[in-house]
Design a protein around this ligand. Sequence first.
Ligand code: CAA
Length: 379
Amino acid sequence: MTFALTETQEMIRTTARSFAEEQLAPGAIERDEHSTFPAEQVRAMAELGFMGMMVPEEWGGAGLDTVSYALAEAEISRVDASCGVIMSVNNSLVCYGLNEFGTPAQKNAFLKDLASGRKLGAFALSEPEAGSDASNLHTLAQKDGDHYILNGTKNWTTNGSTADLVLVMASTDRSKGPKGISTFIVPKGTPGFTVAKKEKKLGIRASDTVSLSFTDCRIPAANRIGEEGAGFRFAMKTLDGGRIGIAAQALGIAQASLDASLSYAKERKAFGRPIAELQGIQFKIAEMATQVEAARHLVLKAAWLKDSGEPYGTAAAMAKLFASRVAVESALEAIQIHGGYGYVQEYRVERYLRDAKVTEIYEGTSEIQRIVIARSLLR
Ligand code: CAA
């Protein structure tokens, strides 16, 4: 057993950290304030190979492992969690899904551009009446010769209005429940596919979250991923890996809260000395650092299991459940340590709290992670 990173993993981590500090930190507050999509920053992440990290090089990716991806995801999110979620969705939902379950023709047509970052992808599972209850889909895909006709609405789609294509889960037969669901590749510009509403959010404001509408949207049957009826399994398997990405995003936000608290505590004086010398502050920092370290171990363990070809769904759910809670609690403590300064925009930690909260919600709420964990233990 070893806790050491390989040379490549260490290099990815360092590259991601310096890139994030040099190129994402400037403007992060303004992008958040104005909900500005970080198009230029996403292009720069693509140049570093961060948009298709686990995809083999032959399909346009960086050919790296999940541990490297989790390390990079955490470093990007430590500085700008909006960039973190854009990266996470493209890598672990869209590229992973296509690479794992797509045909060579689909990979050729779509994966190469997505993994290289020339194009951006989105993943549309949730609906107004199907969030946690993900198999209760009302979006219908009706077979019509060698096409399907899609009708319905999707909610909370990250990258939804900026994406060049969306992986859409829809039901071909509602009476079959989860077994009636299929996944379709829907390119932007397909007639009948429109962006319905851009959400105004508490956090990760620079990322783009929208609802999508499909009205008599004709999709070639060749754009279906896997067999008809395999779409729910596709979504669940893809989300198992996606949860490692979101756990890493949460870890990054928690680390940011810890780092900000450490430097502020050393600078800020009260009662004639830096507040870092006060035991009340030291206890908070020690607790936060221990939680962050534990989260890191869970995240990297889940990533390592995936790389080792072992089952990783439960480990991913545990990592996400724990790291997201640590992110929220660390951000709250960071605000407390900063006092009034923690409550204002300039000191960044208020953004960490707003960004952290969604990690307990998307890609399966904390309650869903508990269900996934408990079911696997009781099986
Ligand atoms: N891998 C493979 N197959 C799986 C699976 C997994 N991880 N989980 C379930 N399945 C299979 C089951 O084996 C079952 O098939 P069989 O009948 O053949 O055994 C089938 O799928 C149905 O499974 P369940 O009976 O367990 O289904 P359920 O209705 O009880 O739901 C759930 C299970 C875990 C609650 C699931 O609905 C779930 O994960 N909900 C949360 C959805 C979610 O995470 N949404 C996130 C949206 S995407 C997003 O947020 C992205 C973004 O933009 C940031």
